[in-house]
Design a protein around this ligand. Structure first.
Ligand SMILES: [Cu+2]
Length: 481
């Protein structure tokens, strides 16, 4: 979906959006805040959860559950500090939770069963109300447990962009594009889904001395991929003009896979990670993004032609994860894919150097896999136990915590904390500062250290953002004393 700055301003003022979709982008209307004079009690936004058909390509239509019959759901755009009411109607037979990912909201509004949020009952409705903060690229999605039901939670089409506009957006771009990465028709398999193999030269500070001999369990795989609701080539191209500066809001709305995206001959100027401006914006050839993460990057369109913006892995791109980028007057029969020159991704290049205030307390968190074998599911341990833990991790309001994530498994995991942000301190021994995130990839056998100030009282869920890992033990609660 694409919105110009003028449309964005109209939406902010509550005027009719008059959205002119660049033919190209999947068609989603901006939901403008409703006219408050009509009814003081009208919700600002409404979401209807219901079964729907998503047409990924002319011959490929799937049934899923979505918001307002769209995938992604409607773009929810709000001002920082705005009191927002979202009316959610659940037209399914099961309780649902809508989670506002990256927002500082109280537990009862966070859309998380473990924190005590009430569900949106089956065939019922519920209002969420919160103050929109912090500014930046956020998103919303189902937070329902799925376990072995691959038609629930984040396996469905229940996800959408949520933008909180700050008063001081420098606006160094001509227009915005929203790109959500997805797989479809999830299934269980022992096949290696051709995940990004760790580089053998990467440090592995948490690698055990002796490898685990137990055979791996069934993991989530998928045959179909898309950006927004279209497979590569099925949607309209992204039509651009030379010299245009496009702000790409990239979201990984996948239930299970880390993705890397490239566009030959172009560079992504990464300006924000998880919606938070980075201290040192940098030009990169490839953006790596894990489930739950967001990357905001400006691309200057300076190589006329017809190109594929897509996943680096051939299998994923050829199965749909890409979009054609077409310069004006460059219609060619085939869009070109050429691999980007460098595929490395390193969060720390976007940080700064500098000391971190000493933490009041350091909490070590060790993550391990219990392999399920070829006919079972892997289970996951946090400090030796599957969720729920006998005693939660404890925060005291106002204290500064250092969390050390020790990944003693052979997979990378995107670790997410609710209702808070953390600052990256080091990744596999490489120090950094100033990068604020809510989700961080901890590489296979790797380590990440983050600092967090406990300033959002209430139960706080922590988990791996891969749905299967979360459902099978990889989560923990923090409680304020
Ligand atoms: Cu995981």
């Amino acid at each position: 979906m694409i919105a110009t700055r003028a449309e964005k301003l109209r939406a902010e003022r509550g005027e009719p959006s008059g959205v002119q979709h660049v033919s190209g982008a999947p068609q989603h209307a901006i939901v403008a805040p409703s006219d408050r004079s009509a009814s003081a009690r009208a919700a600002d936004f409404s979401l209807r959860i219901a079964p729907m058909i998503v047409e990924l390509a002319p011959q490929v239509a799937l049934s899923t559950i979505g918001y307002n019959n769209k995938v992604p759901g409607p773009l929810l755009r709000m001002r920082e500090g705005q009191l927002v009411t979202v009316e959610v109607v659940n037209d399914t037979d099961v309780p649902e939770y809508v989670h506002w990912h990256g927002l500082f909201v109280p537990p009862e509004m966070d859309g998380v069963e473990e924190e005590g949020t009430p569900p949106v009952p089956p065939h019922g409705r519920r209002r969420y109300q919160f103050v929109a903060r912090p500014a930046g690229s956020r998103w919303y999605h189902s937070h329902t447990e799925a376990m072995l039901d691959l038609h629930r939670g984040t396996y469905t089409g229940q996800f959408g962009f949520l933008m909180i506009d700050s008063a001081n957006d420098p606006g160094h771009y001509d227009r915005e594009v929203f790109l959500a990465l997805r797989e479809w028709q999830y299934f269980l398999s022992t096949m290696d889904p051709d995940e990004n193999r760790p580089d053998p030269s990467d440090p592995t500070p948490e690698k055990p001395a002796t490898p685990d001999p137990r055979p791996n369990g069934l993991e989530i795989s998928a045959p179909l991929y898309s950006i927004n609701d279209k497979m590569l080539g099925a949607g309209e191209p992204l039509r651009v003009r030379p010299g245009e500066r496009i702000l790409m809001h990239l979201l990984n709305a996948s239930a299970s896979q880390i993705h890397r995206i490239g566009l030959f001959g172009h560079h992504f100027q990464v300006i924000a990670l998880d919606g938070n401006p980075v201290p040192t914006p940098q030009l990169v050839d490839v953006m790596e993004i894990a489930p739950g993460e967001r990357v905001d990057a400006i691309v200057e369109m300076n190589l006329p032609g017809v190109w594929i913006l897509g996943e680096l892995r051939d299998a994923a791109r050829q199965s749909g994860m890409g979009v054609v980028v077409e310069y004006a007057n460059q219609a060619q029969p085939r869009a070109q894919w050429l691999p980007p020159r460098t595929a490395r991704w390193d969060y720390t290049i976007f940080g700064k150097t500098g000391p971190h205030p000493a933490p009041d307390q350091t909490i070590d968190m060790v993550f391990e896999k219990v392999p399920g074998g070829p006919h079972g599911i892997n289970h996951w341990l946090v400090n030796g136990r599957e969720y729920p833990h006998d005693r939660e991790f404890m925060f005291r309001k106002g204290l500064r915590y250092r969390l050390v994530f020790r990944n003693r498994s052979d997979d990378a995991h995107p670790l997410h904390i609710h209702r808070h942000q953390f600052e990256l301190v080091e990744l596999n021994g490489k120090p950094t500062a100033g990068i604020l995130k809510d989700t961080v990839i901890v590489p296979a056998f790797g380590r990440a250290t983050v600092d967090l100030v406990a300033d959002q009282p209430g139960l706080t869920l922590f988990h791996c953002h891969m749905q299967q890992h979360m459902d099978f033990g990889f989560k923990a609660l923090f409680r304020y004393s």
